[in-house]
Design a protein around this ligand. Structure first.
Ligand code: ZN
Ligand code: FE
Ligand code: FE
Length: 185
């Protein structure tokens, strides 16, 4: 990342506001990254739903789609708190994870196999989000942005829960069926 030159009055010895600090800058960058990722997911999850067969998996994805729409709004609220315009920045990691999910869906046989693939891809997404929100929440705490930290913590909990539900869906039926069925190619 290219370092931006400060145009604030730090040279004159005045204290930078929290968002003018290096950590503040990192916080804003990370927020823009996850904001882009969440918006991309509001388009990617419906494709996963369309490709899924298991009613449990479809239900889990539908619930998380609604949550993801909330995550977008919460991120916008955090931008508002820090006094910045809500502006996403392409998250190449999420772009790659979504691309992989699409590949898996194209290449796998419809049914338990594709469902297992969707779960694997979705869990990779959740883990990326868990890492991002954990970081963002911790930055917010350090910066003294208590309200932002609480909002980020809420989303972090949703992501952890979504990951757990996906594990349950996988281990309760889909993986077991996939382990029994022969590949029909
Ligand atoms: Zn999310
Ligand atoms: Fe990213
Ligand atoms: Fe998520």
């Amino acid at each position: 990342m290219k370092a931006k030159t400060h145009t604030t009055g730090q040279e004159e010895g005045s204290q930078p506001t929290e968002m003018e600090t290096k950590l503040g800058k990192l916080f804003e960058e990370e927020l823009r990254d996850i904001y882009w990722a969440e918006k991309a997911l509001t388009k990617a999850i419906p494709k996963m739903i369309k490709n899924a067969s298991s009613t449990d998996l479809i239900a889990a994805l539908e619930t998380h789609l609604t949550e993801t729409e909330d995550h977008v709004k919460r991120a916008e609220k955090v931008f508002e708190i820090i006094g910045k315009t809500a502006r996403g920045k392409t998250c190449e990691a999420m772009e790659g994870l979504i691309k992989e999910a699409e590949e898996i869906m194209e290449e796998s046989e419809e049914g338990v196999m594709r469902d297992a693939g969707i779960i694997a891809a979705a869990q990779k997404v959740e883990h990326y989000e868990i890492a991002s929100y954990g970081t963002l929440r911790t930055y917010a705490q350090t910066l003294g942005l208590d309200e932002a930290a609480a909002i980020l913590e809420k989303t972090l909990k949703d992501e952890k829960k979504a990951d757990e539900i996906l594990t349950t869906v996988a281990t309760s039926a889909i993986n077991l069926e996939a382990a029994e069925e022969e590949v029909s190619e």
